[in-house]
Design a protein. Structure first.
Length: 343
C-alpha cells in the first residue's frame, strides 16, 4: 500500500502575534512542522506540504529534511481545508492512500497513524477523540455498526446530538480517487464561504462508504493557535518524552524539571537530576548519572559515568567510568577515554 501524506501548512496564525507561519513555531526545540513531517516520514517519505502564508520559510525549512521526499503545493487563497487538500492531490500517485495531517498538530504518534491507516482498508477512516465538553467541536454521528456518517457542527446539533462526546480531529486516511471525487462535491455554502474538509464524511457515507473511526488521546491531537496554547503543547510534549524515559527504566528526580528535545536511549539504572536539558541524539550506557542543571546535546556516554552539576556538553563521546564536572564545558568533537576525569 502506497501512502502519500498531505500536510496543511498554509496557516498564518495571526493570534500567534508572529511574523512566522504558524507551523514554524517551535515545540521541544524544533518547529511543529519538523515534528509532524518526521513522524509522517516514518510511515512514508512521500509528503506534500500545502503552503500559503510565509511559504518561502516553510519551503526552506522543508528542504532541511533531506531524507524525505517533500513536495509543495500552493493554496492561493485561504478558503478552507477542503480546498487546501484539493490543491495537493495532483502530487499524489493514482491508487495511493492519502493521509491528511496538520502542520500545527505536531504530537501525534506513529502508532496512532498506523492504526488509522489500517482502519482505512474499506476506503476511509477518520481520527477522533472524546471530550467531556465538546462544545464548539464537530461531533461524529455514527451508524449502529459504528461507521461515521456525518460531522455535526455545534450550530446544527439537536439535543441528542449534543450528547455525543466523540469529535473529529480533521485527520483522516482515504483512497485518493475517493477523496478526489468527494472533494468535488464540497461546496462553500456557509457563512465563511469556505470549503470544509469535514463535509466529505457525509458525502462519502452517502456513496455507501464505510468510514471507520479511530479514537486517539486528547494530548496527541492538540493544536496551537496562540502562544498560550503553544506553551500547553510544550508541556504535553515534555510529559510524553519523560514517559518514554520512565518506560526505559530511567530514574528521574523531578519530571517537571526535565526538558527532552530529542531522542534518548539508555541502559539500566540511569539517573537524571533536576533542571536537565537533553537535545538531539542522546545515548546513555548503564548506571549513568546526570547531575542537576546540565545540558547535553548529541552526546554518547558510557557505562558507569557520572556527569556532575552545571555541565554543558555538545557533540561529544564520553567513555566508561568517567567523571565530568562540575561546571565542565565539552565542545563539539570532544572524546573522553574510559576512566577519564574532567573538571
Amino acid at each position: 500500500m502506497n501512502i502519500h501524506t498531505i500536510i496543511l501548512a498554509a496557516g498564518e496564525g495571526t493570534r500567534m502575534n508572529s511574523n512566522r507561519a504558524k507551523s514554524l513555531q517551535t515545540v521541544g526545540g524544533t518547529s511543529m512542522l519538523e515534528k509532524i513531517c518526521r513522524t509522517a516520514g516514518k510511515i512514508s517519505k512521500d509528503i506534500t506540504l500545502i503552503v500559503g502564508f510565509d511559504k518561502d520559510s516553510i519551503i526552506n525549512e522543508a528542504n532541511t529534511f533531506a531524507e524525505l521526499n517533500i513536495t509543495t503545493s500552493l493554496q492561493p487563497k485561504p478558503i478552507g481545508t477542503g480546498d487546501a487538500v484539493k490543491c495537493g492531490l495532483d502530487k499524489v500517485s493514482s491508487g495511493s492512500k492519502v493521509l491528511v495531517l496538520y502542520g500545527d498538530v505536531p504530537l501525534i504518534k506513529k502508532a496512532t497513524l498506523d492504526n488509522l491507516i489500517a482502519e482505512s482498508s474499506e476506503g476511509a477512516s477518520i481520527l477522533t477523540t472524546t471530550l467531556e465538553d465538546p462544545f464548539g467541536y464537530g461531533r461524529v454521528k455514527k451508524t449502529e455498526n459504528g461507521f461515521a456518517t456525518a460531522i455535526i457542527e455545534e450550530k446544527d446539533a439537536d439535543s441528542d446530538e449534543k450528547k455525543i462526546k466523540e469529535v473529529f480531529t480533521g485527520i483522516l486516511c482515504v483512497d485518493k480517487e475517493l477523496l478526489e471525487i468527494s472533494l468535488q462535491e464540497v461546496t462553500n455554502n456557509n457563512a465563511a464561504n469556505e470549503f470544509y474538509l469535514t463535509d466529505i464524511v457525509s458525502i462519502m457515507s452517502s456513496k455507501g462508504v464505510n468510514i471507520n473511526t479511530c479514537i486517539s488521546s486528547n494530548e496527541e491531537v492538540q493544536g496551537a493557535n496562540n502562544k498560550k496554547e503553544l506553551e500547553k503543547l510544550e508541556s504535553i510534549y515534555r510529559s510524553m518524552k519523560t514517559e518514554d524515559l520512565f518506560n526505559q527504566g530511567i530514574t528521574i528526580v523531578d519530571a517537571k524539571r526535565l526538558d527532552v528535545r530529542g531522542e534518548v536511549k539508555a541502559g539500566k539504572d540511569c539517573l537524571i537530576d533536576v533542571n536537565v536539558i537533553l537535545e538531539g541524539d542522546i545515548t546513555l550506557g548503564n548506571n549513568v548519572s546526570i547531575g542537576p542543571n546540565t545540558i547535553l546535546k548529541d552526546v554518547e556516554i558510557g557505562d558507569g559515568t557520572k556527569i556532575e552539576a552545571f555541565s554543558h556538553i555538545v557533540n561529544a563521546r564520553i567513555g566508561d567510568n568517567c567523571s565530568v564536572g562540575p561546571y565542565a564545558r565539552l565542545r563539539e568533537g570532544t572524546k573522553i577515554e574510559d576512566s577519564g576525569k574532567v573538571g
